[in-house]
Write a protein that binds this ligand. Sequence first.
Ligand SMILES: CC(C)(COP(=O)(O)OP(=O)(O)OC[C@H]1O[C@@H](n2cnc3c(N)ncnc32)[C@H](O)[C@@H]1OP(=O)(O)O)[C@@H](O)C(=O)NCCC(=O)NCCS
Length: 163
Amino acid sequence: MSEEERLPGRCSCESASEQVYIVMPQHLNSFGKLFGGQLAAWIDIVAGVAATRHCRMPITTAAIDNLRFRESVSQNDLLVLRARVTHTGRTSMEVRVDSFVENVLNGERKLVNTAFVIEVALDENNKPRPVPPIIPCSDGEKADFEAGEKRRLMRESKYALYE
Ligand SMILES: CC(C)(COP(=O)(O)OP(=O)(O)OC[C@H]1O[C@@H](n2cnc3c(N)ncnc32)[C@H](O)[C@@H]1OP(=O)(O)O)[C@@H](O)C(=O)NCCC(=O)NCCS
């Protein structure tokens, strides 16, 4: 039996991850708002945590889709990132990361960004390695998985335009 066939499937709730940061002066751009590159770094980190929990293997980030900043974020706000694996291929995992800004004083929360991060599992030679398949265990997760199939096809067409 191949390594691929031996891997048991996992539900996305087994690897879902959340991280919370207090926005401090070192996270701001020169206009006093959260620097977009800092948000991208935090998205990459929490996606990596969820993907590693899913596969329990070393991983690398292959791509990050959709950096669109809907709300600005200020010093002393909380930045809440929630990540879950939405789709798997043979060696890659798609992780959805929703980022919210939370006003620490009144608890009001607004969506800042939804990103999709592609993480690839690596073997000891840094070559892509098969990952456990995602097993959708709710209607919402099934919908995420089906949408993930479409996003994968869209990414392939997009790369054909860019490269
Ligand atoms: C990502 C990487 C491991 C892919 O290696 P590769 O030899 O090109 O492997 P493959 O073409 O077989 O791709 C492996 C998987 O990754 C997916 N993949 C690779 N590049 C991708 C991209 N840009 N977007 C989405 N998926 C991608 C493939 O679809 C494939 O998925 P599947 O096995 O589930 O079907 C390699 O390009 C790499 O190491 N890149 C540098 C990553 C890095 O350093 N990241 C840190 C930030 S710079």
